[in-house]
Design a protein around this ligand. Sequence first.
Ligand code: C5P
Length: 234
Amino acid sequence: MNTTSSEPCVIVALDFPTADEALALASRVSPTLCRLKVGKELFTSAGPALIEALVSQGFDVFLDLKYHDIPTTVAKACKAAAQLGVWMINVHASGGPRMLDAARNAIDSSQHRPLLIGVTVLTSMAQEDLEAIGVIGTPEQAVTRLALLAKRSGLDGVVCSPLEVTRLRAELGKDFLLVTPGIRPAGTDAGDQKRIMTPAMAMAAGSSYLVIGRPITQAPDPIVALQAVAAELA
Ligand code: C5P
């Protein structure tokens, strides 16, 4: 499942505390130039009504809630998310094969079928954090192991660092989606992101979709920032 040049590969992260702020940003960008990501903070404060509003404005919405629970609960959550009309959802691959299979089956039996993406190792986890929870091997080995698990359960792709894309693309094949945060257009502030790539570098490495937050949401003119990214990629 590769992206085509006619569809936007930029996913703008709406990391805002309230629906008003998220809707204000949405009104300054366009569904022809980007998709939108709603995460835990915004969804917890604004709820399904915001998702429905964004979908009705024509945006593809990535509902980034990273489900991780017993298989039945995750399956039901995936089904409820699908019913909101979102374009992409995600689950923790570390929930294991039965949880991933349950998520896949729930989506497949839904009328609307969002893309199902796995979270491998959070980029905030260092080697010692993995050791503390009993994960064997390096973070890179854990990422590969979990990405393969996601692929075996029929997930559409994984979230990963742009620095992992070349290796994962080689191991997982051309049709597996690689969704990458940690993107910084040249000349923009890295903020708290440590391992970054520019949009063009990440796409050249094999990313399918780029998650970009602050370089667009905090720009004086978000649409100008978004157009600059589109021009860089064109
Ligand atoms: O503002 P910035 O471009 O850094 O935003 C990146 C977005 O991607 C945020 O919503 C962040 O939570 C998310 N993300 C990330 N790193 C991950 C997974 C998600 O930065 N490994």
